[in-house]
Ligand binder design. Structure first.
Ligand SMILES: [Zn+2]
Length: 323
């Protein structure tokens, strides 16, 4: 909702003014729930805040839980392996894989919210990913019976239309106004020679098991392509624009840590019988960056084809028309 310009709080803010809280005093005076909720934003009304319980229970289960794994073109002991060891202090973790089932149970009177959550999940499946560390390639999923992007945006915009409390958190947040996505097909003839000698990180058995349909090499593509001084999205951006702008866009773990605004999936196949791979790259930056990213991708994979090119401002103007 914040990404669509809605007035929502920042539950992670250190400033209590920027977080929602149920107004217990007002509620005690009138015993009317609405009086306690006047300062609570639409998101906290659903997900809860101090004094106000979440309106649903969520159960998640995955058909497979596999030991953590990644891969890189770099050799053992080289740069990317050092990075992985730094980011993932322990590789003793498991990842949900295969089919993921989310089961929502709603509190009485909130059943209609199921549609909103379905719209959110639909958006994530079409336009981004689910779960932590999407910038490292995790979380791309397809959602059965999903709404289209336009339907999802209309549903969420409709939900925002009610006048909520004015919240203006001081942080800088990703917004659909700066959003873009490139959904690409990468021919096997570009992938196979490049990644014929990848090395696994974490559980090598899982890596071998899924190698024919999932090459978890997001890091090589997003950062710096091993064996090249020019290739890799961050590396080519850095060569064109300099070190500090590259940190602004691709994040840094030095000094004041900064999250990446560009996200790159692993190379994956939606169906094991396909020869070619899929790659999803998206971001929250000036829209002018899309062409540059596409060109950088093509220096790694010359035969890459962009199948779907989404652009936040266009999505927003289309959904306003259809809303
Ligand atoms: Zn809130």
């Amino acid at each position: 909702m914040r990404g669509l310009g809605g007035d929502v709080c920042d539950p992670t803010s250190d400033n209590p003014e920027e977080r929602c809280q149920f107004d217990t005093k007002s509620y005690e005076r009138t015993k009317n729930i609405d009086d306690g909720l006047t300062t609570v934003c639409p998101v906290c009304r659903l997900f809860g805040c101090t004094g106000w319980k979440r309106r649903f229970e969520l159960q998640a289960s995955a058909t497979l839980s596999e030991p953590f794994w990644l891969a890189t073109k770099d050799q053992y002991g080289k740069f990317n392996h050092c990075w992985f060891s730094k980011i993932y202090k322990t590789t003793d973790n498991h990842l949900a894989f295969g089919e993921l089932t989310l089961f929502f149970r709603w509190m009485h009177g909130y059943e209609s919210q199921h549609k909103n959550v379905k719209a959110l999940l639909s958006l994530m499946s079409h336009a981004a990913a689910i779960g932590p560390k999407p910038q490292y390639g995790f979380g791309v999923f397809s959602f059965q019976n999903s709404f289209s992007i336009q339907e999802s945006l209309s549903i969420i915009q409709h939900e925002m239309a009610g006048s909520g409390p004015k919240k203006s958190p001081s942080g800088v947040y990703p917004s659909l106004h700066g959003y873009w996505l490139l959904q690409c097909t990468v021919p096997a003839s570009d992938v196979n020679p490049e990644f014929s000698s990848v090395t696994g990180f974490g559980n090598v058995q899982t890596f071998n098991k899924y190698q024919s349909r999932l090459l978890p090499v997001s890091f090589d593509i997003r950062y710096k392509f091993p064996g090249s001084q020019q290739k890799g999205l961050r590396q080519s951006y850095r060569l064109n624009h300099g070190k500090m702008p590259a940190r602004q866009i691709f994040g840094t773990s030095e000094g004041d840590k900064l999250a990446s605004s560009v996200f790159v999936s692993h190379l994956y196949k939606t169906n094991e019988t396909e020869a070619d791979y899929q790659l999803r790259v998206w971001g929250f930056t000036d829209s002018g960056l899309t062409d540059e990213i596409e060109n950088s991708l093509k220096t790694i994979f010359p035969g890459l084809v962009v199948n779907k090119n989404l652009n936040g401002p266009e999505l927003l103007s289309d959904s306003e028309v259809s809303a």
